[in-house]
Write a protein that binds this ligand. Structure first.
Ligand code: CUA
Length: 149
């Protein structure tokens, strides 16, 4: 084997090791949720907000030209939310401001991320993948406030 080939292989393997370490370190030491891609299945048929436990929600979001359904999500402070995301048409982006969430809404696939909302506030959801003429108006909102019902 050529010595440059060997160097390239060793460098690639070292980089893979560093990336793997970075992911595992963030998941286990810093407890940061890594977005996951789960197989599309029939359970994801409608957009909804489900309270699965006290302060634990599941939100099923369908992105479509050019809205998020549901467009407004109201949860109490202290909530942990599992977002399940898919698209009804083209690829859309799903970014929650100030939360470091950056997902793609892909037709025929479901992406999942868990986000904790300890404080009151309003967080915009923005589509950050160009998806057509209405892209710049594609937004949603998460309102963290006391529920009144
Ligand atoms: Cu949806 Cu850009």
């Amino acid at each position: 084997m050529n010595k440059y080939e060997l160097r390239a292989i060793l460098l690639s393997a070292s980089l893979m090791g560093i990336f793997l370490f970075a992911i595992l370190y963030n998941v286990y030491a810093r407890k940061i949720d890594v977005p996951t891609c789960i197989p599309y299945n029939a359970s994801f048929q409608k957009a909804e907000i489900k309270e699965v436990d006290d302060l634990h929600y599941e939100v099923y979001i369908i992105a479509k030209m050019w809205t998020f359904d549901p467009g407004e999500i109201i949860i109490p402070p202290g909530s942990t939310v599992d977002f399940y995301l898919t698209s009804a048409d083209v690829v859309h982006g799903f970014s929650i401001e100030r939360k470091g969430v950056n997902l793609m809404a892909v037709p025929g696939a479901v992406n999942k991320v868990t986000v904790h909302f300890p404080d009151y506030g309003t967080y915009r959801i923005v589509c950050h993948e160009y998806c057509g003429i209405g892209h710049h108006n594609m937004m949603g909102k998460i309102l963290v406030t006391n529920l009144t019902n």
